[in-house]
Design a protein around this ligand. Structure first.
Ligand code: G6P
Length: 521
């Protein structure tokens, strides 16, 4: 029997509130750092030595995970139970990367096989583009691919492409159009040789205004170029759900499908990320990413919180949010390749857990998802770290780092290489945040310390490690949703603005709203 309870009703949560709060500096100085390592799958390790924890707290967090039946809920989700209560849907993104998992049958269709089948079709299609069997409409080989989509149909795939483009041979260069700002589409289209470009129109719903406007933008801009024998629809493939209006459009060169059980922000391992990544790097690189994600998913099934990185990360996040009242958290990858990863996690986390009602739609009285932001190190250090070190709010920090760079090119300067400097900075920051530095004479130079940080690290940012990193965060967000008793899989909060924008465009807005619109006309 699985129960769904609001956080404040749990005995284990009440017990957690009465515990003395352990010091970050005490944990950091008392332990052997490696004792607080957890295997996170895909060659990743999660280290929590710069978090304020002790044995007593870990026991209390374990009790919370057990009482809230977090792992049982994950198993329920994997089995195909309807966990998206708002939209009455299953939640099946794990199935896109778990070919050994149980079958989930929906209305006679084996969905595991369906996702696998689409993946195979994508691999075949990518191969035919790479070999030149499929060319553009003027018989030229395709060299560039442009994804047109927004939100989950852009952020994850874009972050993953940027993360891997240094390491793997780019079979095709990839670009992205997302914003409805005409300057976005114009700049990308003008940078492409249209005869050698393939567009991927990605919209799960097939109804997103920005994406349909951008598709039209591409069609119009291509027409304007007046290229002899050029047919833009022979340069366009579609990724959508089978029930969307786009699914019925047979003008596309090819169509690949997902379904309503894959949420946009969880869709990077489905056809939404699969088409562009397989075209850019080859299907085998995308497969490596899926393997890494599947490894992290299976680590996340461990009941013990000291063997389950995503679960401990989630619990520490809840502790920092609900007991220590920290309202934000920063994602700090010490890897330029992860430059757009914080932007992807912003959608993943804030769209999933930015909620004020529980999974049954009843108001809740406790804090939920934090504000997320981040930039790659060391750029962030020369920007917003001042506030992180000495600001009036404590912001828990999530560091990500790698032993080796991706390109392998490096030079010594003042007796150390750039990679070594990068990682020395990473570790220096963790220590500075944890330990602080006392200066009683000049209080502007005083660092209080006690600012908690975690570190996820691996040898190198490979496709496998990246897949595990992606899945780690997906699972962390899912676990936090379970602990807060939220539905982390719908996003009604984005609807109101869409409706109002349509009202404005159709002249149906109120007088004040219209006056405001006129200011910018
Ligand atoms: O893929 P689409 O259906 O076009 O949706 C694109 C995006 O738009 C919506 O407004 C949601 O906020 C996102 O969760 C979604 O990823």
């Amino acid at each position: 029997m699985i129960n769904f309870h609001d956080l404040h009703t749990l005995k284990s949560f009440q017990a957690l509130k009465t515990l003395p709060i352990p010091s970050v500096a005490d944990n950091f100085t008392a332990i052997h750092v490696e004792e607080q390592n957890i295997d996170a799958g895909g060659g990743l390790t999660y280290n929590y030595s710069a978090k304020g924890v002790n044995e007593e707290l870990l026991e209390a967090l374990q009790a919370l995970a057990d009482e809230q039946q977090v792992i049982d809920k994950y198993e329920l989700l994997l089995s195909g139970e309807m966990m998206n209560t708002g939209e009455k849907r299953k939640v099946l993104h794990h199935l896109t990367r778990a070919q050994q998992a149980n079958d989930v049958i929906h209305e006679g269709t084996n969905l595991r096989q369906f996702y696998h089948h689409e993946q195979k079709r994508i691999a075949e299609f990518a191969q035919r583009i790479h070999t030149g069997e499929i060319t553009g409409s003027t018989d030229k080989k395709i060299t560039t691919v442009v994804q047109v989509g927004i939100g989950g149909s852009d952020l994850g795939p874009r972050a993953l492409y940027l993360a891997l483009q240094n390491l793997y041979l780019n079979k095709l260069e990839a670009k992205f159009i997302s914003n409805v700002d005409p300057d976005d589409a114009t700049a990308i289209i003008e940078s492409c040789d249209l005869e050698r470009t393939l567009f991927i129109l990605v919209s799960k719903s097939g109804t997103t205004q920005e994406t349909l406007a951008n598709q039209n933008f591409v069609l119009q801009a291509a027409k304007k170029q007046n290229i002899l024998h050029y047919d833009v629809m022979k340069h366009m493939v579609c990724v959508t759900s089978q029930t969307s209006p786009l699914a019925k459009d047979d003008r596309y060169l090819a169509s690949f499908f997902i379904d309503d059980f894959i949420g946009g922000r969880y869709s990077s391992t489905s056809a939404v990320g699969g088409v562009i990544l397989s075209l850019a790097f080859g299907a085998e690189v995308f497969e490596e990413l899926l393997i890494g994600a599947a490894e992290a998913d299976s680590q996340a099934r461990e009941q013990s919180i000291t063997e389950n990185a995503a679960l401990l990360d989630a619990l520490l996040g809840v502790y920092e949010r609900n007991i220590k009242n920290y309202a934000a958290t920063a994602i700090l990858p010490y890897s330029q390749a992860l430059s757009r990863f914080p932007a992807h996690l912003q959608q993943l986390d804030m769209e999933s857990n930015g909620k004020s009602v529980n999974r049954d739609g009843q108001a809740i009285s406790y804090a939920t998802g934090p504000v997320l932001f981040g930039e790659p190190g060391t750029n962030g250090q020369h920007s917003f770290y001042q506030l992180l070190h000495q600001g009036s709010d404590v912001i828990p920090l999530q560091f990500i780092g790698f032993t080796h760079s991706q390109c392998g090119v490096d030079y010594d300067y003042e007796a150390s290489s750039s990679q070594k400097k990068l990682n020395a900075n990473l570790i220096a920051q963790i220590a500075a945040f944890a330990l602080g530095h006392t200066n009683n004479e000049n209080m502007n130079k005083n660092f209080e310390g006690g600012r908690p940080a975690s570190l996820i690290y691996a040898q190198q940012l490979t496709a496998r490690a990246l897949g595990a990193l992606l899945a780690h965060y997906e699972n962390k967000v899912m676990f936090q949703g379970f602990i807060w008793n939220l539905n982390s899989f719908d996003q009604e909060g984005v609807q109101l603005g869409k409706v109002l924008a349509n009202d404005i465009l159709h002249g149906n807005a109120s007088s004040t709203v219209n006056q405001l619109f006129q200011i910018i006309q």
